[in-house]
Design a protein around this ligand. Structure first.
Ligand code: FAD
Length: 324
């Protein structure tokens, strides 16, 4: 079996920052595993500006921000990057099994940093009733369709959730010629940043319904309309507060869930409510030498904070290895 001083799983901003930070502290023999064909993580599909204000004092797009780290990883000439590598198993003793096309490989890590990011919450998780037509997408999936595959998910759209991803997608769809009829948010306050409310909704004349929820999705083959209902503080429908919005697409943007199934498989303690590691300190798990950073550790608002805390994860891994 292959043996490495440090294995980092996930080649997004968190994994790259952790690997670089460990390398800068003298760790050699680092393997960085990424399931996608490219490094960069979710940033590769975030073509809007607004990244890097803290780290670089300038505003970059997601791919530009990622590229700064990709170049630094390459420049080390020593961090081995293995893309197209999907880690499927983590056993106690920090033994990983990963798949590459046509191959299964195993590696034992002296120290391990997991930087596997988040997945999106789905329609099923918030239990929106109605039929099951085509045209209901998670916001991140729609973003990938548009920014990577070059496909428009629909022409008349309702967005569920006022977090930053939903707001940014409302603007993106408008810029590409779709009509965004509404953003519907069950809370009484928007959950995204103020600047995104202004730049993504107000500037495009998109209505935001606070204290409302999508109560029904209509459509046989394709989405045809949604019913929107006003709700009280307890989330119960207010009588007479229901109306319908015709649309062909619903984007669901109702939060992210940290990806931590692998560390759980290895026996790390997990907080069931947040799906994050039970942790005595930043990036720590209940297993010595196994660290988690970036959006897998907690859902961060901005990537600059992911980078800051993931640099610490690299240092922690280096210190763990140095302590023998
Ligand atoms: C739509 C959207 C808009 C955003 N806008 C902004 C913004 O304007 N400004 C800002 O600062 N931040 C923004 N962010 C947040 C920022 O993108 C994230 O904070 C950051 O990308 C998180 O980095 P990460 O490395 O933890 O996770 P990710 O970028 O998700 O990277 C995780 C990586 O792990 C890999 N991986 C996962 N599981 C495995 C496995 N089993 N085997 C191998 N590889 C695996 C994934 O393929 C991925 O490459 C936005 C995010 C989204 C989704």
């Amino acid at each position: 079996m292959d043996e490495r001083a440090l294995v980092v799983v996930g080649g997004g901003p968190a994994g790259m920052a952790a690997a670089l930070s460990a390398w800068e502290r003298g760790v050699r023999d680092i393997l960085l595993l990424e399931r996608d064909r490219h490094l960069g993580g979710i940033l590769n599909q975030c073509v809007h500006p607004g990244f890097g204000l803290v780290q670089f004092k300038e505003t970059l797009t997601g791919p530009e921000y990622a590229d700064r780290f990709v170049q630094r990883v390459r420049a080390t000439r020593e961090i081995e990057v293995n893309t197209g590598s999907f880690v499927a198993e983590l056993k106690p003793g920090k033994v990983l099994t990963y798949f590459k096309p046509g191959e299964v490989r195993s590696v034992r890590a002296g120290a391990l940093v997991m930087a596997t990011g988040c997945r999106e919450r789905t329609r099923e998780m918030i239990q929106i009733p109605g039929s099951r037509p085509a045209g209901v997408f998670s916001a991140g999936f729609a973003q990938r369709m548009m920014n990577i595959e070059g496909l428009l998910p629909g022409r008349r759209v309702v967005v569920i959730g006022s977090g930053d991803i939903g707001l940014i997608m409302a603007r993106r769809l408008s810029l590409e010629g779709a009509t965004v009829s509404a953003v519907v948010e069950i809370q009484r306050q928007p959950t995204g940043l103020k600047r995104n409310i202004v730049q993504c909704l107000d500037d495009f004349g998109i209505s935001l319904y606070l204290g409302h929820r999508v109560a029904w999705i209509h459509g046989k083959d394709r989405v045809e309309a949604v019913d929107v209902a006003a709700v009280d503080e307890l989330g119960c429908e207010v009588a007479g507060g229901r109306f319908s919005i015709p649309c062909d697409t619903v984007l669901v943007s109702v939060g992210l869930i940290p990806e931590n199934e692998l560390i759980e498989m290895a026996g790390a303690e997990i907080n069931r409510r947040t799906n994050t590691p039970v942790s005595s300190d930043l990036n720590y798990t209940s297993i010595p030498g196994l660290f988690v950073c970036g959006n897998a550790y907690r859902v961060y608002d901005i990537v600059d904070s992911v980078t800051r805390d993931s640099v610490i994860a690299g240092r922690q891994a280096a210190e763990y290895l140095a302590a023998g």
